[in-house]
Design a protein around this ligand. Structure first.
Ligand code: PLP
Length: 442
């Protein structure tokens, strides 16, 4: 049914740039999902963004729900961020020495976050997670890590690991180039499965340094967990001297200023941040109690460093962005308009009895082409359903809406997506759903 229809929007310039890019970069891109492998057509090369909008190289305009994969909670090209970054840049880009700006961003975060006492800035989410894992291992003097199938934590060797068969398994590497010996230190279990977690702790008593989880799993669909499950992880970690790491690279400063820890009121031992914290520039961070962070060099024995860590330009962008987020009612307004947008779409879907769900938390949403009311585990997503997303993606582009080019990716709403913009996007989504279900009708 779902034949390879040609995209309608003009992609001549993008196609030309992509052909050239392929001569420079593997797959023509600097990060794999950008290559549009799971959707129709050539990847769109972007020339600019402003507020909720993106323009590609062919001058097509889109309402953007990818938002650079999450960082742009204030939309594109926010004037305060641009001004602050431009001002700081006048004094140079990087010194590799401490600056007042690092203090300023740290103070903004720590004085508004009861879950961590000290923080270390790095330059990406991957780096934050990699460092947090090392810290947990150094602190507990244990080697094993427990992760969940369907959570993504960046391209850290020990976490590019997927479940084997069985309730509790050592991971199998999910990327070439990861030594089996590394995967052997990673235990992989299903989300929402207390029994599997308990069994892992029985089997590997006193060996598990940390459980790492995206408390709002948002890299493989939006697999919202029940708070009881997260609390269970907290408790079993405490009982076993294992550290609980919340990877809040997406959820941090997104579901609330204090992320998922604040949303669920569960205190992890280490939190990792990325994306929003840098206002669109490369910043990651990890934080914990002063006692745990005291293990990081130069205070303690766990080594971690970075040439551009805490660089002033990136700090400036983070300061400008996070200051906006602390304004009264920022999250109430953002979350409320997202809920209205999603609920209207859900109503339409219910009226037509389409087999599709929209899951939402805060300003994150995800379409799942299934009748199933709740999806909490990666293996509950039907890979076949991605055919419908593929068609929807193209129909959305044709109607001026840009979402991440994979059905496993979530959408993000920014402060600049006004109710009027969201209404326009909603109409495009409804029309696209009609096309998808007309095309897939038995
Ligand atoms: N952790 C989570 C939860 C993420 O979503 C990501 C990236 O999407 C990462 C870690 C890795 O961050 P980065 O891409 O900045 O290395």
């Amino acid at each position: 049914k779902n034949q390879d229809t040609k995209p309608d929007i003009s992609r001549a310039k993008s196609a030309e740039l992509y052909a050239k890019a392929k001569t420079f970069f593997p797959g023509g891109v600097n990060s794999p999902v950008r290559a549009f492998k799971s959707v129709y057509g050539t990847p769109l090369f972007i020339q600019k963004g402003d507020g909720p909008y993106l323009w590609d190289a062919d001058n097509n305009q889109f309402i953007d729900f990818c938002c650079s994969w999450g960082p742009l909670i204030l939309g594109h090209n926010h004037p305060h961020i641009r001004e602050k970054v431009t001002e700081v840049m006048q004094n140079g880009m990087s010194f590799g020495a401490p600056t007042a700006l690092e203090n300023e961003l740290a103070e903004l975060i720590l004085s508004n976050n009861p879950f961590i006492e000290k923080i270390r800035f790095v330059s990406s989410g991957t780096e934050a997670v990699m460092s947090a894992i090392r810290l947990a291992r150094g602190y507990t003097k244990r080697d094993k890590i427990l992760k969940f199938e369907g959570c993504y934590h960046g391209h850290v060797d020990a976490l590019l690991v997927k479940a084997g068969s069985g309730l509790v398994t050592f991971g199998e590497t999910s990327s070439a180039g990861v030594p089996k010996a590394f995967a052997d230190e990673t235990i992989v279990v299903s989300l929402n499965d207390k029994e599997a977690v308990a069994k892992a702790f029985e089997e590997f008593k006193d060996q598990i340094a940390a459980i790492i989880i995206e408390p709002v799993p948002a890299n493989n669909g939006l697999l919202l967990q029940q708070p009881e499950f997260l609390q269970y992880l907290r408790d079993i970690c405490t009982e076993n001297g294992t550290l609980l790491i919340f990877d809040e690279v997406i959820s941090g400063f997104r579901v609330s200023f204090t992320g998922a820890a604040g949303h669920y009121q569960i205190k992890p031992d280490i939190i990792t941040y990325g994306k929003i914290i840098g206002g669109g520039l490369p910043v990651g961070a990890y934080g914990a109690s002063a006692e745990i962070m005291g293990n990081i060099s130069p205070e303690g024995p766990v080594y971690q460093a970075g040439t551009l860590s805490g660089n002033p330009v990136a700090m400036a962008a983070g300061i400008a962005q996070l200051s906006e987020l602390l304004k009264p009612d920022f999250y109430t307004e953002l979350n409320q308009k997202t809920a209205t947008f999603v609920n209207d779409i859900k109503q339409f879907i219910a009226d037509r009895s389409y087999p599709v769900q929209v899951f939402q938390i805060g300003s994150i949403f995800w379409f799942a082409f299934t009748e199933q009311q709740a999806i909490r585990r990666a293996d509950e997503i039907d890979p076949q359903s991605m055919d419908k997303f593929k068609l929807m993606h193209q129909e959305l582009l044709n109607r001026g809406v840009y979402v991440g080019p994979s059905g496993y990716e979530v959408g993000f709403v920014s402060a600049t997506h006004t109710p009027a913009v969201l209404d326009k996007a909603k109409q495009a989504i409804l029309d696209s759903l009609d096309v998808v279900f007309a095309s897939f009708k038995a």
